[in-house]
Design a binder for this molecule. Structure first.
Ligand SMILES: [Zn+2]
Length: 315
């Protein structure tokens, strides 16, 4: 299922004043990949050249420079593949422009005829093909690519991002929650397992614990059973939550409020449980929150320079 809708980029043959957007996109895309742009997209007769870019390859004998002729074909609105007639005389065009390689940059795919022709050229030419799928894969795999996608595919990229939230980069270290039994990284799993809060009950008639003794997170199933067995031996009973539920913003803040209210009404924490609950909240938080803006990052840096006693909040 494609993520990005290339029809968001205006058609090349319609004179909207934006007809070279696809070529500008190609330029920005190749620049982000590390190619040096030798000639910018130029409206008008292009002599079969949309862009010229240069690649520097580092080898044992020093650097080698490869000059690429880039051919951009934007046929997303018709959805048709790029045929051998659409991209003809490839060898001659590459030679007459002093290039060593041919790069097809297509918003659809190459037809089988064109693919066969390119395969035939490979012994004498460097050939590189970026079709819809390859472009998309490359864009969605890096921060820089994603900011390009946001610029050229604002509608479809926004829709994808909403459905594929990424943890925010807030701390120097990656967030981590390891299963306390098998040590698996829970935050990377589809089913993130459970957090269990082991407590002494004050009185079963009031629905609140006296104190939390231990807090454990682990995989569902065998690991959870092992935790339960060892804790039940100590006469503790548990409350539990799905970690997948707690990474949802509304559920997370609701749960934090419940714990705060319990704290206020006198529920105690053992030293160990208190450290554990703080650790859990910190590790899960990047999955709950969004990326801060540059301005917010600067503000947080300023705030952390202020000693906590001035703010009177303590830590
Ligand atoms: Zn486990």
């Amino acid at each position: 299922m494609p993520v990005l809708d290339f029809r968001e980029i205006p058609d090349a043959h319609i004179a909207t004043g934006k007809q070279d957007t696809f070529e500008l996109f190609a330029r920005d895309f190749l620049k982000a990949l590390g190619f040096k742009v030798l000639s910018d997209p130029d409206r008008g007769a292009d002599g079969g050249v949309d862009l010229l870019v240069e690649e520097t390859r580092a080898g044992v004998g020093g650097e080698t420079k490869i000059k690429w002729l880039v051919s951009c074909k934007h046929k997303a609105s018709s959805g048709r593949s790029v045929s051998a007639q659409d991209d003809s005389n490839i060898y001659d065009r590459v030679q007459s422009n002093g290039c060593q390689g041919f790069m097809g940059f297509y918003s659809t795919i190459a037809s089988s005829g064109l693919s066969d022709m390119l395969a035939g050229l490979r012994p004498v030419l460097e050939v590189l093909l970026f079709d819809r799928e390859k472009i998309e894969e490359s864009l969605l795999n890096s921060e820089e690519g994603m900011s390009l996608a946001a610029r050229y595919f604002p509608v479809s990229f926004e829709a994808w991002k909403r459905e594929n939230p990424k943890p925010a980069t807030l701390f120097a270290e990656e967030p981590s929650l390891k299963c306390c039994v098998c040590n698996a990284e829970l935050l990377e799993k589809e089913d993130k397992g459970v957090i269990t809060l082991w407590m002494d009950m004050v009185d079963f008639t009031v629905d609140r614990p006296k104190a939390y003794r231990h807090i454990r997170w682990c995989c569902r199933g065998a690991c959870d059973t092992e935790v339960r067995a060892s804790m039940s031996n100590q006469g503790l009973i548990d409350g539990w939550e799905d970690i997948n539920d707690l990474v949802m913003p509304t559920k997370y803040i609701q749960w934090v409020m419940t714990l705060l209210n319990q704290f206020r009404s006198g529920v105690e924490y053992s030293d160990e449980a208190f450290e554990e609950i703080k650790d859990f909240m910190l590790q899960v938080f990047p999955h709950v929150s969004r990326h801060p803006t540059m301005k917010e990052i600067e503000r947080v840096e300023q705030l952390s320079d202020i000693p906590s006693w001035i703010g009177g909040l303590g830590t």
